[in-house]
Design a protein. Structure first.
Length: 350
């Protein structure tokens, strides 16, 4: 029976190795979890900064960041919306962030608010604006986003600056594809799936390469109705809301598809969905374009600043927008199908 002590030794070694591997795996998982976020207590203001781990967010944990944040003033404002004011915060020549100051909600909602923010911080995609961290204080909350140097699609299309060059067709097409890819990622690849609820041209931002990035997802539900401005009812913005939303009040992925269809029309016509000329004529962008497409008169609807464009590609983009704007949500294509159709119009330069 020489074998038994040897077998016993083998079994002991195997058991020890098994237990050791479990301990090591647990330790590594704990380290990963602890590393995922960093919390900095700011005793001077009683606030708390939470930074999600990413190379770009390293500088957020510095005292310099906190100091500069507290000094933000009107001259740093780059935009404002229904949820608050957006500031540009420059740390050095290479590092800048967009800081959104949210008017403070109910203290009891902070827990749910933070949980949602963590879900938003986990999302990393080339067509979604990253949330790097947030700051919670007694009077206000701050959200720290990646800075988008080329601003919003809304400003690019409707801005009044004389220095602004009109967008050419390849750029418009590329923006449409990028935005569709970002929304498609939220709808189909995130678990749980995410409904944006407030797709509009001011929530499509442009990075330094003019790549479209979807921003503000989740905020429409995070904030309370009474904190949003007049153009927002519960979630969403007039002119972009799907018709069924007024009956059901329910946000759906097909509602996002409708809002994206409106953005696509904006890219094609250069007109806001709430353009005054439509109100005067008792119509609206969506109804007007539907008639134009039915009569094959798309050329009349194309943005007058778009001097040279491939007619067939533009016509196809109108047809895709029309599908997104079907009054029956079940007939609208899913966002992944919209993306595919847009990609097939022509191959955008990537
Ligand atoms: N990450 C960012 N980088 C650069 N500019 C930004 C960024 N986030 C927002 N902005 C600018 O600030 C403006 C206001 O943004 P904000 O999200 O607060 O409001 P909105 O989208 O216009 O309206 P609402 O609050 O109703 O959604 C944007 O239109 C954009 O010009």
């Amino acid at each position: 029976m020489v074998g038994s002590p040897v077998i016993a030794l083998y079994i002991t070694i195997c058991c020890l190795a098994f237990v050791m591997s479990k301990i090591i795996i647990s330790f590594l998982l704990y380290k990963r979890w602890a590393r995922k976020r960093r919390i900095i207590e700011d005793s001077s203001s009683g606030g708390r900064m939470v930074v999600f781990r990413s190379p770009a967010a390293q500088s957020l944990s510095t005292k310099a960041f906190m100091k500069k944040t507290m000094k933000l003033s009107n001259k740093d404002i780059i935009g404002s919306g229904g949820f608050g004011t957006v500031y540009m915060l420059t740390l050095d020549d290479k590092t800048a962030f967009a800081v959104k100051r949210l008017n403070k909600g109910n203290k009891d909602t902070d827990r749910g608010f933070e949980r949602e923010l963590h879900a938003m911080g986990d999302i990393k995609h080339r067509n979604i604006v990253s949330l790097h961290g947030y700051y919670i204080a007694a009077q206000f909350n701050l959200l720290v986003y990646e800075l988008m140097p080329n601003g919003s699609l809304d400003t690019l299309l409707h801005g009044k600056s004389s220095k602004q060059k009109p967008l050419d067709w390849p750029t418009r097409h590329r923006i449409a594809v990028g935005a569709a890819r970002g929304i498609s990622y939220l709808h189909h690849d995130c678990i749980p799936h995410i409904i944006h609820r407030d797709i509009k041209s001011s929530n499509i931002l442009l990075d330094r390469n003019m790549e479209a990035r979807v921003s503000d997802f989740g905020l429409a539900t995070l904030m309370h109705a009474d904190q949003t401005h007049v153009s927002t009812i519960v979630a969403g913005t007039f002119g972009y809301l799907a018709p069924e939303y007024f009956d059901t009040g329910r946000a759906t992925t097909k509602g996002d598809v409708y809002s994206f269809g409106v953005v696509l029309l904006e890219l094609l016509t250069g007109k806001r969905p709430t353009d005054e000329s439509f109100i005067e004529e008792g119509t609206k962008l969506v109804t007007w374009v539907k008639d134009v497409v039915k009569d094959e008169r798309q050329e009349q609807a194309v943005d007058s600043t778009l001097s040279c464009y491939p007619t067939e590609e533009v016509k196809e983009a109108f047809r895709i927008a029309e599908k997104c704007l079907d009054s029956d949500p079940s007939k609208r294509p899913a966002m992944v199908a919209v993306l595919k159709m847009l990609e097939q119009i022509s191959s955008p330069i990537n």
